[in-house]
Design a protein around this ligand. Structure first.
Ligand code: BG6
Length: 303
C-alpha cells in the first residue's frame, strides 16, 4: 500500500461524500456517497467494486470468494486490464490482463460538485513494471459517480518510442439470472471466438446475444450496448469511447469450477461486458500522445 489512510483522508478534506475503511489490513476501500448513488473503489487497481443507484441492487457483481488482499486480482467490479488484454502476446509467463489490476494506485483528488463525485487515480512505472513492460508512461483513471458511473483510463506515452497497448475495463455486471438476459448492441458485427483455436475465422453475429453456455468473444464494435435483465425488470446501458472492441464473457458451469475465487453457481449472477482495445484493436500511442478508453454505465427502465 502506497498511501496511508491519513493521507487519503487528507485528500478528502471536509467533504462528507467520501470515507475510507480498511476492513482487510493493507487493503483500503473508498466509500462514496454521491446522493443519487453510492460506490466503493479499492485503491488496489483503482478498481470500482460497487455502484448502487438509490433503490436498486448493485449494478456490479463481486465474487463473495474474491480475496481482498494486496497483490491478488479481485474477481468482480471493474478491473482495469492494461497494457495487455488476457495473455501476454509473446510471453505466457507474464500476468494475465497486465499488471495494474493488482497493484496500488495513487489517489490524486476527490471532489464532489453538482451531485457528481470525481476521483482521479494515477499509476506510474516502477522497476518491477519495467521488467514486465519496458516503457515510460503515465496512467490515469478517472471515476465519476452520479446517476451514472463513468470510468476513463488515459494512457500517456512519456517515453521516446511509440508503444502499442491492449486493455479492458473488465466490467462484471450483476444480473438476476444469466439465462434471462438479452444483450443488444453487437448484432451485425464480427467476433473472435476465444473458445476456438487461435487464428480461427471471425464469426458474424446475426442476432442479439442470449447466453446459455460459456461465452468468450471479442466483438469488433464501437457501439453502445444494452443489457436487458428480464429477472430484475431493468436494463443496463454500457456506452464506450476510445474502444473498437467489446468483450462478452461468462465462464459457465465447468470453467467456474476451475476458478477458485468464484462460487460454482455464481456464473448465473453476472456477465462481463468489457469496453476494450483487444483483438485487432491495438492502439499505438506515440511519444507525448495519449489514448483514452472510457465506459459509462447506467440504468434504464425495461421496455
Ligand atoms: C475475459 C477474457 O476478459 O477475462 C477471458 O476474455 C478470461 O478469456 C476472463 O478468462 C477472466 O480472466 P481472469 O484473468 O480475470 O481470470
Amino acid at each position: 500500500m502506497n498511501q496511508t489512510i491519513a493521507q487519503i483522508q487528507e485528500i478528502f478534506g471536509d467533504s462528507t461524500a467520501f470515507s475510507v475503511s480498511e476492513e482487510n489490513p493493507g487493503f483500503p476501500i473508498i466509500e462514496v456517497n454521491a446522493g443519487r448513488s453510492t460506490a466503493q473503489i479499492a485503491l488496489q487497481g483503482a478498481q470500482v467494486l460497487s455502484w448502487m443507484p438509490t433503490d436498486h441492487p448493485d449494478v456490479l457483481y463481486v465474487s463473495p470468494k474474491a480475496k481482498m488482499e494486496p497483490g491478488i486480482a479481485v474477481r468482480g467490479g471493474i478491473p482495469i486490464c492494461w497494457p495487455w488484454f488476457n495473455a501476454h502476446p509473446d510471453d505466457p509467463s507474464k500476468p494475465n490482463h497486465g499488471f495494474v489490476r493488482n497493484q496500488f494506485w495513487n489517489l490524486e483528488s476527490a471532489e464532489f460538485e453538482y451531485n457528481m463525485a470525481t476521483l482521479v487515480f494515477t499509476f506510474a512505472p516502477t522497476a518491477e513494471t519495467k521488467e514486465l513492460w519496458p516503457h515510460d508512461f503515465e496512467l490515469t483513471a478517472t471515476v465519476k459517480i452520479s446517476d451514472k458511473l463513468k470510468v476513463r483510463l488515459s494512457t500517456k506515452n512519456i517515453g521516446e518510442e511509440p508503444f502499442q497497448i491492449t486493455s479492458a475495463l473488465h466490467t462484471y455486471l450483476s444480473v438476476g439470472d444469466i439465462e434471462r438476459i438479452q444483450l443488444e448492441g453487437v448484432k451485425g458485427s464480427h467476433y473472435i471466438d476465444q473458445l476456438l483455436p487461435a487464428g480461427s475465422e471471425e464469426i458474424y453475429q446475426e442476432k442479439n446475444v442470449i447466453i446459455n453456455q460459456e461465452i468468450d468473444r471479442i466483438y469488433s464494435s464501437m457501439s453502445s450496448l444494452l443489457l436487458r435483465d428480464l429477472d430484475r425488470s431493468r436494463a443496463v446501458f454500457v456506452d464506450k469511447a476510445g474502444s473498437r472492441s467489446t468483450v462478452v464473457w461468462n465462464p459457465w458451469k465447468e470453467k467456474s469450477k476451475a476458478l477458485a475465487d468464484l462460487p460454482n453457481n455464481d456464473y448465473k449472477e453476472f456477465v462481463c461486458i468489457e469496453a476494450c482495445n483487444a483483438g485487432r484493436d491495438r492502439p499505438t500511442v506515440r511519444p507525448n500522445a495519449s489514448h483514452t478508453l472510457e465506459t459509462t454505465i447506467g440504468l434504464r427502465p425495461l421496455q
